[in-house]
Design a protein around this ligand. Sequence first.
Ligand SMILES: NC(=O)c1ccc[n+]([C@@H]2O[C@H](COP(=O)([O-])OP(=O)(O)OC[C@H]3O[C@@H](n4cnc5c(N)ncnc54)[C@H](O)[C@@H]3O)[C@@H](O)[C@H]2O)c1
Length: 371
Amino acid sequence: MKPLGIGLIGTGYMGKCHALAWNAVKTVFGDVERPRLVHLAEANAELASARAAEFGFEKATADWRALIADPEVDVVSVTTPNQFHAEMAIAALEAGKHVWCEKPMAPAYADAERMLQTVRQSGKVAVLGYNYIQNPIMRHIKTLIGEGAIGSVNHIRVEMDEDFMADPDGLFYWKSELSAGYGALDDFAVHPLSLLWYLFGHVEAVTTDMVKPYAYRPLKEGGRRAVENHDAANVLMRLGGGISAVLMANRAAWGRKGRIALQIYGSKGSILYDQERMNEFELYQAEGRGSEQGFRKILAAPIHHPYDRFIPAPGHGLGFNDLKIIECRELIRAISGGPASIVTFEDGLRIEKSVHAMAQSFHERRWIEIG
Ligand SMILES: NC(=O)c1ccc[n+]([C@@H]2O[C@H](COP(=O)([O-])OP(=O)(O)OC[C@H]3O[C@@H](n4cnc5c(N)ncnc54)[C@H](O)[C@@H]3O)[C@@H](O)[C@H]2O)c1
């Protein structure tokens, strides 16, 4: 396969993460062609040029449509705010490019549906940025559950919390606009939903409460603006096989920095995981003498593939950006026609459907079955 030509739209938090992944994927995995970093787009020309030089891209533009029209670009990374995903991903697919789009798909369900229709018509590969499923520890948890290590799973709790919106005096920015989505649901709940999907399948029914801890936020230019969405949400859920689950998401939770705490309870044991300690998990198996029963902490090691591709020594640990490198490898595998561990637009749309059902259940104060 000839080297893939890469286009990157957006160079903030996730843009840099994608750039690091495109730069590292050959070095880490070896068995791929080194991608060619062709074209980078930002909101203005000066920033685009500066970032292209830093990230190693050949061309820079303030017009993302010029990037999509570039015949040397084969794959487009879309890392802009949520409200741009649909327009940019659809344009890229229509131009015959593969797409790696950050989560969520789009604030409006109809836009997410159009994204799926376009990818189906294009025959191209489209992957969503649900990096947490790529953790080697998460892969091992999935294997353990499949092997019946904790028996039949009946109850799950998952909490996703950070504190970047915990300060009541934090400035109003795009994440507080309704055009970016419901708030904690689109921003956060989609990540735990991707993990639940990866481990157990899609959610079947939900009922939700949402909270807006700060109704107004200060503006950079002075004055205050009304917050349009909710920073925290609590959801009761039903999954297939009679599994009950609780999801809590809060982006205004002081002290929480990157928490995705998963508790999985089964008939023969339990598994605990927290993204803040992403290189370990705890396993409880109800076997042997009761006097020695207890949770065992297991550290990430080369035996948990593909940890071995990064470091030959156990216990040294991967980082958040490494999950994106693994996701990038899976995307390239999908483009090559191989089986890949990715969240496609098909599965992504079902995650979006769950989020919209959660918001609907909040507004209508009732359970919603997700068809
Ligand atoms: N997968 C994850 O773990 C994860 C984590 C954080 C954010 N995200 C997602 O990534 C996306 C971006 O979030 P972020 O935190 O990186 O935001 P950010 O604000 O840090 O970066 C967004 C970038 O897009 C640029 N941009 C805006 N409009 C543009 C345009 N028209 N053309 C070109 N560039 C433009 C901005 O200048 C900015 O540099 C969001 O959809 C978010 O949900 C995913």
